[in-house]
Ligand binder design. Structure first.
Ligand code: XMP
Length: 519
């Protein structure tokens, strides 16, 4: 069993970020709502606990508290923000309610030696209301900031630590080291959560779950379903059959890439259903985005069900569920976010289908999925691909989706992508270096025509919009300041090489108020 850290979530907006930081240290961790039954948390055999921040105030009626088993375990505890206040409250200290929130960058001054943070000053990110007024017995103040007399407290004997600031966000540059010392030195968790060990465990789980039964997989072309399929193939080989529905809505070369990677390279038995015509027929006259998504989703399911029937209705189905999906559906006090658009994926099958699910990526973050994919032998340009909507290019083809318009969009998109790749700006990681965070870039076909002139001829054609964004988490994004020369080259090539397009525009809105996709 790998070593683990249990993170108790008190409703922090940063809870998943804490988990990602721990995983980056190659230590397994799981995120649990604070009131999860003790047996479920202790089942992962934690070597220590991290208590997240949260919006509550410890004296509020119904405020989350630290469950008894945490303090009875004798294991190290790191409380962050609300986690620190809850720790203070539980151990007999006093927390002062404060009307003013401290929010943003602050300077932490550490003045006593301790095992987590070197003495001296460093920038940290604060976001809290209440603060510590009296320390619990056994603790001492180790660091302060201008507005927090107790920004860092410790009881070195019991290995209890409290941080008023957030070590998990990148605005706290020393945060990774702080978490690293807590996890690797104080908790002595071994960094054994590597792609190889993840695969070994995944393979064992899949074999235990399915035995000798046959397993079906719906490959959509996306990273998650491809890696999940590769993992199951590693586990059970010939018991797996994958169905790939070519909707005609994928990017240039994508369908072949998936076939090559899964079938030719990994030996997956792959049935490709050429359903392009069917999809274009069903989309005739459909222009509203939600209507398009529904039509595509339903047709996909019909085709997939038919394949499953022909294959004798296997009992198990591979699903590329990843950890953020699992966490989102169980997080405390997080009301359903407003539905802006249906992120209903092609390949997302309805709940009433009678399959038992095999979810080999259930405990992985997206970056881990990519690393595992590479370790399983999938090509890097497939696993590091940018996000792509389930309904494919239909989302980015505004107005009616026809075969001709999709070809137009695909041709423009590949010009953009290749030029970005040549400039070293395509891989999500490389845009990271310019502005921290990952990025996405693609073309959109607009259903408006305008007048242009080409070789003395009047043209009246459609326009391509280019969208390129930098983003940390895809929840907010800024438009990428791509070099003008690159934009000029892309625009020039698109109007010259793509028939039916005489104008290219660059989208310079951030999200919010816009979204990343146009649809
Ligand atoms: P928006 O447009 O909402 O997109 O700012 C945020 C991110 O989600 C991706 N996206 C999707 N991903 N299925 C997906 O798996 C979908 O239906 C879908 N629609 C949008 C989008 O590309 C961006 O990265």
């Amino acid at each position: 069993m790998t070593d683990a850290i249990a993170i108790l979530d008190f409703g922090s907006q940063y809870a998943q970020l804490i988990a990602r930081r721990v995983r980056e240290l190659q230590v397994y961790c799981e995120l649990f709502p604070w009131n999860t039954p003790a047996e479920r948390v202790t089942a992962i055999n934690p070597k220590g606990f991290i208590l997240s921040g949260g919006p509550a105030s410890v004296y509020e009626v119904g405020a989350p508290t630290i469950p008894a088993y945490v303090l009875e375990s004798g294991l190290p505890v790191l409380g962050i923000c609300y986690g620190m206040q809850a720790l203070t409250h539980a151990l007999g200290g006093r927390v002062a309610a404060s009307t003013a929130r401290e929010y943003g960058l602050a300077e932490l001054e550490v003045f006593a030696s301790n095992p987590l943070i070197p003495a001296g000053k460093q920038p940290v990110w604060m976001s809290h209301g209440d603060r510590i007024e009296a320390l619990p017995p056994g603790f001492s103040v180790i660091g302060k900031s201008d507005h927090s007399p107790v920004a860092f407290m410790a009881d070195a004997v019991r290995s209890y630590f409290g941080l008023q600031f957030h070590p998990e966000v990148h605005h706290t540059p020393g945060g990774k080291d702080i978490l690293g010392r807590f996890i690797l030195e104080i908790c002595q968790a071994r960094p054994d959560w590597t792609p190889e060990s993840i695969i070994a465990q995944g393979v064992r789980r899949v074999r235990d779950q399915v035995g000798k039964e046959m397993v079906l997989s719906a490959v959509s072309g996306g990273v998650d379903s491809t890696v999940a399929t590769a993992m199951v193939q590693r586990a059970i080989g010939e018991q797996l059959v994958a169905v790939f529905v070519d909707t005609g809505l994928l990017r240039m070369g994508e369908a072949t890439q998936v076939q090559k990677a899964l079938h030719d390279r990994l030996g997956v038995e792959l049935i490709t259903v050429h359903a392009e015509e069917q999809f274009f027929r069903s989309l005739e006259g459909v222009t509203l985005p939600e209507h398009k998504r529904r039509v595509i989703g339903e047709l996909f399911i019909r085709i997939f069900e038919e394949q499953a029937r022909q294959l004798g209705q296997p009992r198990f189905l591979v699903q590329g569920t990843i950890y953020p999906d699992v966490v989102e559906s169980s997080a405390p006090d997080r009301s359903q976010a407003q539905r802006i658009k249906t992120h209903h994926n092609v390949g997302g099958l309805p709940d009433d289908m009678e399959f038992e699910l095999v979810e080999p990526l259930r405990y992985l973050f997206k970056d881990e999925v990519r690393l595992v994919g590479e370790a399983l032998g999938l090509p890097a340009d497939l696993v590091w691909r940018q996000p792509f909507p389930g309904p494919g290019l239909a989302v980015r083809c505004l107005g009616e989706v026809t075969s001709e318009r999709i070809q137009r969009l695909r041709a423009a998109d590949v010009i953009l992508t290749r030029e970005l790749a040549e400039a070293g700006l395509l891989r999500m990681k490389s845009l990271n270096d310019q502005v921290s965070g990952s990025a996405q870039a693609f073309a959109i076909l607009l259903p408006v025509r305008s007048v242009g002139v080409m070789g003395d001829q009047r043209t009246y054609q459609e326009a391509i919009a280019i969208r390129a964004v930098t983003t940390e988490d895809f929840m907010t994004a800024d438009w990428a300041r791509l070099p003008y020369d690159l934009l000029a080259r892309v625009a020039n090539r698109i109007v010259n090489e793509v028939e039916g397009v005489n104008r290219v525009v660059y989208d310079i809105t951030s999200k919010p108020p816009a979204t990343i996709e146009w649809e």
